[in-house]
Design a protein around this ligand. Structure first.
Ligand code: C2O
Ligand code: CU
Ligand code: CU
Length: 508
C-alpha cells in the first residue's frame, strides 16, 4: 500500500534525492512537495527593517533590527532582547522542527544564516539565496544540533559587515534532554551576553568604515556594547549563573578575564557544553566564537561588583613569530580608531545585590565522553590544507577569493566521510588574525601550532577558530546528512565581504 505521502516521496522528493542525495537537496520543486509533510513545532517570523534605538544618552540611533513574531510554539521560543536593537533570542529544543519566515524590509538585499546549525544547504542562508526588499524567504529545518549557544545574522555577499554592524543579529539557543539532566543555572540565572563594538558620531549615529584601511584590517569601534547597551550593568544575586558569551563584533578580538584576576570557569564553547569544566585565566574570543562560563556571584560580597574585562592583546607582537618576516602590523594598522583591535576594555559589570541561597554546585562532568566522538578520517584521505593570507591588502584562501557558485576540486568532499582539514594563517601583507568559520557542521580541533597567547579555547565542538599570523590548526571534519554547497570564510566581516570566503561542496 502506498499512501499519498509515500507517493510524493517516491515520485517527487525521492526521485530527486537519488540525483542530489537527500530529501532536502532537490531544490524548490522538491521542496514544495516536502512542505506538505513538514509539521513545524515552532513557527515564527523575523522581519528586518530600519528603526531606531536608544543606545546613548540623548538622540536615538538609527539601526537595522530584526523583529520577531511567534506564530506557533511555546512562548519561550522567542524572547525579546530587552532594551536592545538585537533580534529576539530564538530558543528551541533539539529535535524540534522549525519554520521561520524571513521578511526583508531593508532597503537592500539580504538573507539570514543560522550560525553553527547543521541544516540543509538550501536552508543555510547562502548569499546566492538573497531576497530583495519586500520579499520573504521561508526556512524549514529540524534542529539537530546538541544543546548550545548558536546565533543568526544576515549573509548577503559584500554586505554582511554593514548589516550586522547596523544591528542585525540575534541568539539561537538550543536545549536538549542531556542538558536538562544537569543542575545548571536556568531561567533568569542563564544570561546571554552579545559583545559588539561600535563607533558613534557626535549625534549618536553609527559610523562604519571611516578610513581606507578599515576594510583591510576589519572595522573596530571605540565603544563596547553588550546586548546593544553601552556601559552594560546587570544586577545579579549572590549565587551561580550561566553566562553565554558571543563575540558578535565585526572584527574585534577579546581576551576575556575577571578584573580581579580570579580564573574563568569555562563550561562550553561554540557547539555546547565541554566534557568537564575548565579553569582558565583568560580566554581569547574571536569574532563569531562563543564561550559559556559558570560563575558563582556569591563569591563576591554583597554590593560588590564582578567586572568582566578584555585584556590587552599585543597583536603587533604576533608578527614576530618565527617565519613571519619582520614586517608586522604596526599598532596603527590594527584598526584606525583610538581603540585599536586588542586594546583593553571593560565589558560588563555585575552588581551583586543579595546574598541569596547557594544554588547548585558546578557539576564535575558536563557531557559524556561519547558526545565528542567523531569517526577517524577514512584512511585514504589526505589532509586537506587551506592557506589564509593577505594578498595585496585583500584576504585570500589558497590564493582564491569568493565566487558565488564557484567551488574547486580541492573544495569538494564526499557525503558521509571524515577528513582532517588544516587551516594555516600564512600571514602575507600585512599579517593579520583571521577567525575562520565553517558552515553546516561542528568540527573538533585536533591540534594547534602557534597559540602565542596560550589561552585559546579549542575544546568541545567548534565552528569557528581564531588563527593568529603563523598559526596552524588541524580539524576533524565529518560531512553528514546534507549534500550541497556550504561556505567557509574568515569571520572578520570586512575580510568576508572583500571575498575571503569560499564554497565547499558536499557531493552525495
Ligand atoms: Cu556567522 Cu558565514 O557566518
Ligand atoms: Cu555559519
Ligand atoms: Cu580575516
Amino acid at each position: 500500500m502506498i499512501n499519498r505521502r509515500d507517493f510524493l516521496r517516491l515520485t517527487g522528493t525521492g526521485a530527486l534525492s537519488m540525483l542530489a542525495g537527500g530529501p532536502f537537496a532537490g531544490g524548490r520543486s522538491a521542496w514544495a512537495s516536502e512542505e506538505q509533510a513538514f509539521q513545524p513545532d515552532v513557527e515564527l517570523s523575523l522581519r528586518a527593517a530600519p528603526t531606531e534605538a536608544a543606545i546613548l544618552p540623548g538622540a536615538p540611533s538609527q539601526v537595522w533590527s530584526f523583529r520577531g513574531d511567534l506564530i506557533k510554539g511555546p512562548a519561550g521560543a522567542l524572547q525579546p532582547m530587552p532594551a536592545s536593537y538585537l533580534g529576539p533570542t530564538i530558543r528551541v529544543r533539539r529535535g524540534q522542527k522549525v519554520r521561520i519566515h524571513f521578511i526583508n524590509d531593508l532597503p537592500q538585499e539580504s538573507i539570514v544564516h543560522w550560525h553553527g546549525l547543521h541544516v540543509p544547504a538550501e536552508m543555510d542562508g547562502h548569499p546566492r539565496d538573497v531576497i530583495e526588499t519586500g520579499q520573504r524567504f521561508t526556512y524549514e529545518f529540524e534542529v539537530r544540533n546538541r544543546a548550545g549557544t548558536y546565533w543568526y545574522h544576515p549573509h548577503p555577499h559584500a554586505k554582511t559587515g554593514l548589516q550586522v554592524y547596523a544591528g542585525l543579529a540575534g541568539m539561537f539557543i538550543v536545549d536538549d534532554a542531556a542538558e536538562d539532566r544537569l543542575d545548571l543555572p536556568r531561567g533568569e540565572h542563564d544570561l546571554s551576553l552579545v559583545i559588539q563594538d561600535r563607533l558613534f558620531n557626535p549625534d549618536n549615529q553609527l559610523v562604519y568604515l571611516t578610513h581606507h584601511m578599515d576594510r583591510m584590517t576589519g572595522f573596530v569601534g571605540e565603544r563596547i556594547l553588550v546586548n546593544g547597551r553601552a556601559a552594560f550593568r546587570q544586577a545579579v544575586a549572590g549565587r551561580p549563573y550561566r553566562l553565554r558569551l558571543l563575540n558578535g563584533s565585526n572584527a574585534r578580538i577579546y581576551r576575556l578575564a575577571w578584573s580581579d584576576g580570579r580564573p574563568l570557569t569555562v563550561i562550553g564553547s561554540d557547539g555546547g557544553l565541554l566534557e568537564k569544566p575548565l579553569s582558565m585565566d583568560t580566554v581569547m574570543l574571536g569574532p563569531a566564537e562563543r564561550v559559556e562560563l559558570w560563575v558563582d556571584f556569591g563569591r563576591w560580597g554583597k554590593n560588590q561588583e564582578a567586572v568582566l574585562v578584555s585584556k590587552f592583546i599585543d597583536l603587533a607582537a604576533v608578527s614576530a613569530l618565527p617565519g613571519m618576516g619582520r614586517m608586522g602590523p604596526r599598532r596603527g594598522m590594527m584598526g584606525t580608531g583610538v581603540m585599536p583591535n586588542g586594546a583593553p576594555h571593560t565589558l560588563a559589570r555585575f552588581q551583586v545585590t543579595s546574598r541569596e541561597g547557594r544554588g547548585a554546585e558546578l557539576p564535575e562532568r558536563l557531557s559524556p565522553r561519547e558526545a565528542f566522538e567523531s569517526p577517524p578520517p577514512d584512511d585514504d584521505r589526505p589532509v586537506r590544507r587551506f592557506e589564509f593570507a593577505m594578498n595585496h591588502m585583500r584576504g585570500t584562501i589558497n590564493n582564491r577569493i569568493f565566487e558565488m557558485a564557484g567551488v574547486a576540486e580541492e573544495e569538494t568532499v564526499a557525503l558521509n566521510t571524515s577528513e582532517i582539514w588544516e587551516f594555516v594563517n600564512r600571514g602575507g601583507m600585512p599579517p593579520l588574525p583571521h577567525p575562520i568559520h565553517v558552515h553546516g557542521l561542528q568540527f573538533k580541533v585536533l591540534g594547534r601550532l602557534g597559540a602565542p597567547f596560550g589561552d585559546v579555547l579549542d575544546q568541545g565542538w567548534k565552528d569557528t577558530v581564531l588563527l593568529m599570523p603563523g598559526e596552524r590548526v588541524r580539524l576533524q571534519m565529518r560531512f553528514t546528512d546534507y549534500p550541497g554547497l556550504f561556505l567557509y570564510h574568515c569571520h572578520n566581516l570586512e575580510h568576508e565581504d572583500m571575498g575571503m570566503m569560499r564554497n565547499y561542496y558536499v557531493r552525495a
